[in-house]
Write a protein that binds this ligand. Sequence first.
Ligand SMILES: [Zn+2]
Length: 246
Amino acid sequence: MKRTPEGNRAVGRRSFLASVVGGCAIAPLVFPSLLLGASAAGALTSEERDRMTPSQVLDWLRKGNERFRAGKMTPRDYLAQKRTSAAGQYPAAVILGCLDSRVPAEIIFDAGIGDTFTARVAGNVVNDDMLGSMEFACAVSGAKLVLVLGHSACGAVKGAIDDVVLGNLTGLLARIKPAIAATSFDGERSSKNAKYVDAVARTNVVLGIAEIRRRSPILEELEKKGSIQITGAMYNLANGVVELVG
Ligand SMILES: [Zn+2]
């Protein structure tokens, strides 16, 4: 993406918004890329976020992951994004990801300051506080997408498979164990088997999505109304690919 002078970018954004207000049909796959260009200088505005549908937000993240993998990330002025977001935030998505240092959501989706809520906990497990955070993100702040993001070679999943017992970690890993029981797998069910570990991590994402719907009537209702979408994905540490799940 080419850098454009600040003035040109501002004019471009005004023209784009004017075309939306004017009722022009915008192809779903075009809008997010335009939006991302506009947000490169500043954080998302409420108008930019609110005009996106949940599926457009998902596509926006998918395209961000493509830029990340291609090494063509959006040039960002973080100080400008800090300035424009200081008075208010309008993130388009809330991402429940793993604590793993190799899965920083903003980077692998090429998002900037103010673009996404990111909740991280080992094994991307759903708990009351995460549910409360996601309800804030969607019902109060207006985010359009809830994305449960698991990943390959997850240490928390391995720990759950190995029945690790360690302080407060024991209780956290217990939240992953239903995914072990629910995973059908032909082959060695061991933490040393990478394919098995990834299969359990994928099941953990699927169960996480179901748990969000079951334990949060607020989010379930927003999804039924079409205001939000609740879905999941698996991130591959080796090749950087985010694959949708559920
Ligand atoms: Zn992990």
